[in-house]
Design a protein around this ligand. Structure first.
Ligand code: FCA
Length: 330
């Protein structure tokens, strides 16, 4: 009898709590997961750093999880559930995990938002029901291509004597859009399409980019100069290092990355310029801090994040990196 009443009261309490607060019990501390595919990459460390800043300001707990493969992603989601998190933000190691991630988040009753890499469904279309913040990939790619074209012109290089390394990772839509954008701007500026050499990387890090570029340079000995671009700074750093190994140095290489975090800044800080000419600086602050605030408001007030936010970038080189970063509040 006693237990029956207790159970009844409990059910009532739960029902009341659910009625007054649709998303979470008011006294429950807010906990948000931030899952990233490549924790060793400075971009993702910066995202975490700014997410922490949001957590400090708002007083929620941030759970940082590195998930380099599909298995880890699914375990991470269960893990968040058992820690009583209410939602998470993820940059997935594979966008094709989209339907599994959505299903798992639903079962575990966790709010889900993506950052950087947008989930796709079985037919390759973006899953629009999941709020996303990414970069304006094509536009930023065009900025990269334009920067390279401008610098080539300044140096008086003949396009027919120049090869372009397209460090590619086409299975990731944002990566394809970025590199396609760069090719579009380069060719619009008169660069011969036939001189664009596709160099696919197996993973989006410097080592894999190095290997991809190394093969491409070896197979194309006719070029006097090289330009290089890819989805991020790591791709271009790999290409620049491979070119150096083949004796193409700063005066014969123009690499422009995307990111503008530590990977790029370390390169700019070297005593002598390298082939890493510039980078389009994007904002880890918006991607880390703003997504976390969005998730917090969603959990606390039931206010869903904007369905799609695309952020912009600005070219930085040795000459202006410090000033531009300051202007962007980094
Ligand atoms: C992707 C890339 C990262 C970063 C991010 C904005 O996830 O892999 O390097 O460029 O988009």
């Amino acid at each position: 009898m006693k237990t029956k009443i207790a159970l009844g009261l409990r059910a009532l309490a739960v029902a009341l709590a659910m009625a007054s607060a649709p998303t979470f019990a008011a006294d429950e501390p807010i906990k948000i997961g931030f899952v990233v595919k490549q924790a060793e990459e400075p971009w993702f460390q910066d995202e975490w750093k700014y997410a922490e800043q949001a957590a400090k300001e708002k007083g929620f707990t941030l759970v940082k999880i590195a998930a380099p493969d599909g298995g880890t992603v699914l375990t991470a989601i269960d893990n968040l559930k058992s820690q009583h998190a209410q939602g998470f933000i993820i940059c997935t190691p594979d966008v094709k995990l989209g339907p599994s991630i959505v299903a798992k988040a639903k079962i575990d009753n966790l709010k889900l938002m993506t950052v950087d890499d947008r989930l796709i469904d079985g037919s390759g279309k973006p899953i629009e029901a999941v709020p996303h913040m990414g970069i304006s990939a094509s536009k930023i790619g065009e900025q990269v291509g334009q920067a390279i074209a401008d610098e080539m012109k300044k140096r008086g290089w003949k396009p027919e004597e120049t090869g372009a390394l397209r460090i590619s990772y086409d299975q990731l839509p944002t990566a394809k859009d970025r590199t396609d954008g760069a090719v579009a701007a380069l060719t619009a500026a008169g660069f011969p399409k036939a001189n664009v050499i596709n160099a696919p990387e197996a993973k989006t890090d410097t080592e894999n980019a190095f290997n991809a570029a190394n093969i491409a340079i070896t197979q194309n000995p006719k070029f006097k100069h090289w330009v290089a671009f890819g989805l991020n700074d790591e791709a271009v750093l790999g290409a620049v290092r491979a070119a150096e190994g083949r004796n193409f140095r700063a005066d014969n290489v123009i690499g422009v990355g995307i990111g503008g975090s530590k990977s790029a800044l370390n390169e700019f800080a070297k005593g002598q310029p390298t082939g890493f000419f510039g980078s389009v600086l994007i904002s880890p602050k918006r991607h880390g801090y703003e997504t976390s605030l969005n998730m917090y408001a969603w959990i606390k007030d039931g206010k869903a994040p904007p369905p799609l936010t695309l952020t912009t970038g600005r070219l930085i080189t040795r000459a202006n990196a410090a000033d531009v970063r300051k202007e962007m509040g980094l």
